[in-house]
Design a protein around this ligand. Sequence first.
Ligand code: ADP
Length: 374
Amino acid sequence: MAVTEADVRSALDGVTLPDGESLAASGRVSKITINDGRVICIVAVDASESRALEPARVAAEAAIARLPGVDRALIGLKPNVTPGAPRSGAAPASPRAAVKGRATTAPMALTGVKHIVAVSSGKGGVGKSTVSCNLALGFAAQGLKVGILDADIYGPSQPKLFGLSGKPRQIDAQTMEPMEAFGIKVMSIGFLVEEDLAMIWRGPMVISAITQMLRNVAWGHLDVLVVDFPPGTGDIQLSMAQQTPLSGAVVVSTPQDIALIDARRGIAMLEKVNVPLLGIVENMSSFCCPTCNHVSMIFGHGGARAEAEQLGVPFLGEVPLDMRIRETSDSGAPLVATAPDSHHAQAFIGIAGQVWAALMSGGVVRPAPRIVIE
Ligand code: ADP
């Protein structure tokens, strides 16, 4: 028997919030979507409460997953702001209002593609490509149709991560067919030109190459296209963020201060072009020694979560530093595809679930800071 909204609400009745109130009665459940045994609920929270409400979120997912007819349950915590509400310093008119001296029109949507999500990082080497790959696979694990565009033009990693080589088929003079692995459509500059050649391209050539990979590829119908952005916050990234019809962006950071400073720059860049920030992922969060199981915090721990709380943006989850993640990434056998039940794959799937829930709720925007006059 198909699960109904009433069933979901009664399951949520048994989930208690830290103040003792039941989640169903709290009035926080703002949206329930049921689709072929997949249930997505959006729960409104104050950004500062996300951490305290995490156990309730997990309990709510488990309660819904126990209902007959439910294959997968996702609860997204959404900071309690009106989607699209103007942020501090943002122009109130169009969602992508003018950045000084730049084009003011919103980029043209990509036919057939419902959402485009950028994965960005303030600097290289923090695991942005690894997260992009496993995030794409995490979306697919929810039954979504997914593509990935490797826009990291100076260091394309997606061919290796997906174990793909060769050249994409040319369908006609204009259009290429994306490559495919593990059910994900993949396009990368790495399929098209030698790495050394791309390395010498200047800004306009890079933008033109990425635009072609976005628009002259037969993506077909996709629920999500993940775009692995080039690291950093220079002009190329800024133009790309502005010219791509993004539903939002995920920022990847390692926990230590220096990486977070770069992540902050990345967040500021997204703000500048009014791209909604869907949340922050902390990669290489902790290290569990494979021989003695001792957990060490090589790069510190919790920095990205604290930063997300301070900025009032969702913290999407932690991914540990683990040899298997490195090995599976380098051998083209990404964890979410090859060991979906493993602890680390589940971390990626959980992150994908939260991002999808945020997209379903119309995108998460950062709440305007409260101004207190003393
Ligand atoms: P970026 O795209 O930010 O430059 P990559 O995703 O290419 O970073 O990752 C850099 C290196 O770190 C790769 O060798 C990758 O396999 C490894 N790596 C990334 N995340 C993890 C992790 N959580 N655990 C272990 N190795 C990781």
